[in-house]
Design a protein around this ligand. Structure first.
Ligand code: AHM
Ligand code: MG
Length: 334
């Protein structure tokens, strides 16, 4: 048979069903959920692709979000895209995102909707107005218990509870990368078909890579151990730096080529900038599935139990050997 044609037929929803080797209700749910995430990705990609041509797409809204960060128009648009898309799914009762202080309930889906979506609608917002790569990050959890008080306290559990996680990368092409705990898979949006098509299955990260990815502008705000690590990298042959301002693109490069991405605590943000539940944990889930690692420096990210929905965490993520190298400096400093 025609290999290219075979490949073109492996759409995302079909792939989920194949992975689960089942067409049972749980598999159908996950497949439908992934299909919805793909739709959100397509809507956001469509808006990005014409952003400069349309009014009211770029720039700030003038508001400040729960995190104290200025909100961009695209942050709001993308946040609402996910809500609208999941309103119609029936499967999700709650959504929690970077842009909303409290979880958003979809009363018409509760209590039947058994899943919760955690997401960062736009990762790397500062790239929005300059036409550089951006992402969306998502994580799906099964709702545990009834959530009678509307506090969503069952979400405050470790990252191993994630059923599925992944990201959408809005780059020269739009990609969707996901895992349901059975390896990591790359899909590329074919705009002429309007479908995400499987382009690489069971991606494995190299055990070591040349790239270190960190905002060195924060150098004097880090703990000394991190400075020592960077000094080591500077004096050792074979390292090179890349930092895009959008973690999704940096992590994507890291998955493909190996290396390490870091966002340590700073003086201003002692726990770093990244949020555990909808940024670090989903990416850690992918990284472990690809044979890499993710840690706070002392604890595996997937073992951290958050106390709050928007809790931040330091993040060191990437190739096994490179993460271990950073850890060795952190341990020396303790
Ligand atoms: P955002 O979700 O508000 O865009 O913040 C997350 C982003 C990451 O994508 C990126 O790695 C980091 O923030 C960049 O922050 P900084 O400019 O402090 O290096
Ligand atoms: Mg973010």
């Amino acid at each position: 048979t025609d290999k290219a044609l075979d490949r073109d037929c492996t759409t995302l929803s079909r792939h989920v069903l194949q992975q689960l080797q089942s067409f049972g209700p749980d598999a159908q749910d996950l497949s439908a959920l992934m299909n919805r995430i793909a739709l959100a990705g397509k809507l956001i990609a469509r808006r990005f692709s014409r952003a400069g041509l349309m009014e009211d797409v770029l720039g700030f809204t003038g508001e400040v979000n729960v995190q104290g960060e200025s909100v961009k128009k695209m942050d709001i648009y993308a946040n609402e895209v996910f809500i609208s898309v999941f309103k119609q799914s029936g499967l999700v009762c709650r959504l929690a995102s970077e842009e909303m202080e409290k979880p958003y309930y979809i009363p018409e889906n509760c209590p039947i909707g058994r899943y919760t979506l955690l997401y960062d609608p736009i990762d790397g917002s500062s790239n929005t107005d300059i036409n550089l790569s951006l992402g969306s990050i998502f994580s799906i959890r099964q709702q545990e218990g009834e959530d009678l008080d509307g506090q969503a306290s069952d979400l405050l559990s470790n990252g191993r509870k994630q059923l599925a996680a992944g990201y959408i990368l809005y780059g020269p092409s739009t990609m969707l990368v996901y895992s349901i705990g059975k390896g990591v898979h790359f899909f590329t949006l074919d705009p002429s078909l309007g479908e995400f098509i499987l382009t690489e299955e069971n991606v494995k990260i190299p055990d070591h890579g040349a790239v270190y990815s960190v905002n060195e502008g924060n150098f004097w705000q880090w703990d000394e151990q991190y400075r020592e690590y960077i000094r080591y990298v500077h004096r050792t042959e074979g390292y090179t730096a890349r930092y895009s301002g959008a973690m999704v693109s940096d992590i994507h490069r890291t998955l493909v080529q190996g290396g390490v991405f870091l966002y340590p605590g700073t003086l201003q943000k002692p726990e770093g900038k990244l949020r555990l539940l909808y940024e670090s944990a989903p990416l850690a889930f992918l990284m472990e599935q690809a044979g890499g690692r993710a840690t706070t420096g002392t604890v595996d990210i997937l073992d951290v139990v958050p106390k709050q929905l928007h809790q931040r965490t330091p993040l060191i993520i990437g190739s096994k050997e490179d993460v271990a190298k950073v850890e060795s400096f952190i341990q020396k400093g303790q």
